[in-house]
Write a protein that binds this ligand. Sequence first.
Ligand SMILES: [Zn+2]
Length: 82
Amino acid sequence: MRISCPCCGPRDRREFTYYGAADYLNRPALDADASAWDDYLHLRDNPAGETRDLWYHDPCGTWVAVTRDTVTHAVIAAEAVA
Ligand SMILES: [Zn+2]
């Protein structure tokens, strides 16, 4: 799979580190109850089809939100995350 880094162009996915779904940064509030934190830390969806994931391009340090199809491995879009 190739991901197009907004800074470097198309690169092999092995240059990137996967950080999970792009909504991964939507953390519970610090005072949220234990079940909210348990869900956040341990429960992940495993969808078949289009997803939006957060990747980190190791050589240039750019965070990239990648929209891709988990069935076909097609990358639909890649955009820098501020
Ligand atoms: Zn890059």
